[in-house]
Write a protein that binds this ligand. Structure first.
Ligand code: MG
Length: 158
């Protein structure tokens, strides 16, 4: 049957961290902070995949209290999530994701992010959509205190 999953994530922006989104290091004076590389896009897609099969959330599988996951690439977490999905007979059909970021401008980097996600998931790149929206200066995201990402996935599963 066809199943759908929804993922959402948010991390704070701080000085002295690289900004990694979909495995792409985007030039920026500030980066996202978190236990892993804080790649909100990969986290949102991972949460959506887990959600599609009702497998809980990322923290349940990769707790931020576990030192094994400190500084880990979130593309590696996504790869492990993909294995969990595949073990249950799941086949990802497509991914649609949106980043919410006031700065920096992300448009030029979106195709590479989509390519990275597609490669990890074993999908043709035209099955992975990564978009970016400006929060138009509103609220915490508009003040560039953080970057958020949301994703939906479709998974064909027994
Ligand atoms: Mg996260």
């Amino acid at each position: 049957m066809n199943r759908v999953g929804l993922g959402w994530d948010l991390h704070p922006l701080v000085e002295g961290r690289p900004l990694v989104l979909g495995g792409v290091t985007v030039p920026s004076p500030v980066g996202l902070t978190g236990h892993s590389d804080a790649d909100v896009l990969s986290h949102a897609v991972s949460e959506a995949l887990l959600g599609a099969l009702a497998l809980g959330d990322l923290g349940r599988h990769f707790p931020d209290t576990d030192p094994r996951f400190r500084g880990i690439s979130s593309l590696e977490l996504l790869r492990r999530v993909q294995v969990l999905v595949a073990e249950r007979g799941g086949r990802v059909v497509n991914v649609d994701a949106t980043l919410l970021a006031e700065a920096p401008r992300l448009g030029a980097h979106l195709p590479e992010m989509a390519k990275n996600l597609a490669a990890i998931l074993g999908l043709e790149v035209d099955r992975v959509s990564v978009k970016a929206k400006s929060p138009e200066g509103l609220g915490m995201l508009g003040r560039a205190e953080g970057i958020a990402a949301m994703a939906v996935v479709s998974v064909e599963a027994p």
